[in-house]
Design a protein around this ligand. Sequence first.
Ligand code: NAD
Length: 483
Amino acid sequence: MFAVARTPDEPRRYGHWIDNEEVDGTATFTTPDPATGTVLAHLARGNKSDVDRAVASAKKAFPAWSRTDPNERARLLWKAGEAILADLDALARAEAIDVGKPISNARTIDVPRTADTFFYFSGWATKIHGETIPVRGPLLTYTLREPLGVVAAIVPWNFPLLLAARKIAPALAAGNTIVVKPPEEASLSILRLARILGEAGLPPGVLNVVTGFGEDAGDALVKHPDIAKISFTGGTDTGKLIVRNAAATLKKVTMELGGKSPNVIFADADLGAASKAAVSAAFYNQGELCTSGSRLLVERRVHDEVLDSVVAGTRALVTGDSLDPRTNVGPLVSAAHLERVAGYVEKGQAEGAERIAGGGHGGPGFFHEPTVFAGVRSEMAIAREEIFGPVVSVLAFEDLEEAAAIADATDYGLAAGVWTRDIGKAHALAHRIQAGTVWINTYNRFDAAAPYGGTKQSGYGRENGFAAIEEYTQRKTIWVALG
Ligand code: NAD
């Protein structure tokens, strides 16, 4: 059912990245090429001593980096953006092959948006300032906005490069140094990014990378006394564990967690555009996207018409090798994840939902067809739980009231879409839905300038925009006697 025509790459060995050098770890582990299931890389399996070494390097680099002229920090971040674009082909290939995402997406979104993130935060480096505050008495009172120190970024596997950049760029612009823990499933693009930044002139220790598993390398970062903040993107249960573990050292934490986002189509919408976007919202990046429009809510009187278009659009998607430029849907990231997604498809059928497209899965590698379920009700697991794969649940609603109720009938609150030509209705629903982001007559728009993050069980804290600079700085208040 699924075909991969290429010969798998020879596996390569990778170390950690500490002090601008590749450093061997004490132990190693392997990651597969999701399209073929063969070994892609041997990676250093970071432990507490590797983390101690990386944190010590970042701590040593902090005083000089935090005092570096902001114009110089800006120049280096801009240069990093240019170096990322210059390496587009190799970075895109690394990301596509390691994650399983279509190479066309890696080339047009992951890598260019990563460069954008560095360009955007380069601009902030020279604009981070405090305030003067009028107070009672002959006093001058002002604030400084200072970096936190050594911060840590813990990153998931679906967009490792871009999500790491959303943490690295603002952290460095604000004068922090950083240790990154890539996802164990897909570390290659972040290791390559670190090397590119080192070659662009980032001083040793400002950015370190420790590869390995969450329970050892990740956990050691979370508990490390010299780390001031954890910026985490990943699953909600992992996020809760990290918050608990970070409490002992009172670290700041930001949590970008899971989602089960509603994409709501009213009868008066441009149904062609809405249906087309619904397919992409559900299946972009194999549905391995925190904001995936995994619940498609359709007004009952156009339900059948929209469903037909969505099914036709879904059947037209090409599922195949991540490195084939014609591919729309690549393999899932791992065998374990494929099993999890396939388990949800079985559960959906057992709960009485109607599978009307897709469902097939298998090798070589970890492929799963884009899958559409109709007749889904809010209480079903496939309507409530994050599947994080190419499965969309279609639910019918009567009016705005019912759409709002179904949209919020989930523990998550990350994002939502609203499709209607009635501007009042669009804003009314956008205000009601509990989500960090709402798209009207569009879906999955992101920009380094626009704040992004979750509510409810989707987390707290914001990335992108000035909101991110706030997350990586703290205010100091200074009082000067004038008399
Ligand atoms: P995950 O929670 O399993 O892992 C994320 C990262 O946390 C990995 O680097 C992992 O090694 C690390 N980790 C695991 N246990 C840890 C521990 N005890 N201490 C420290 N670190 C630990 O998530 P995943 O499977 O990699 O990614 C999928 C999840 O990420 C989905 O739930 C998805 O919605 C979420 N996600 C959210 C956003 C967002 O912006 N809100 C973006 C992308 C992905």
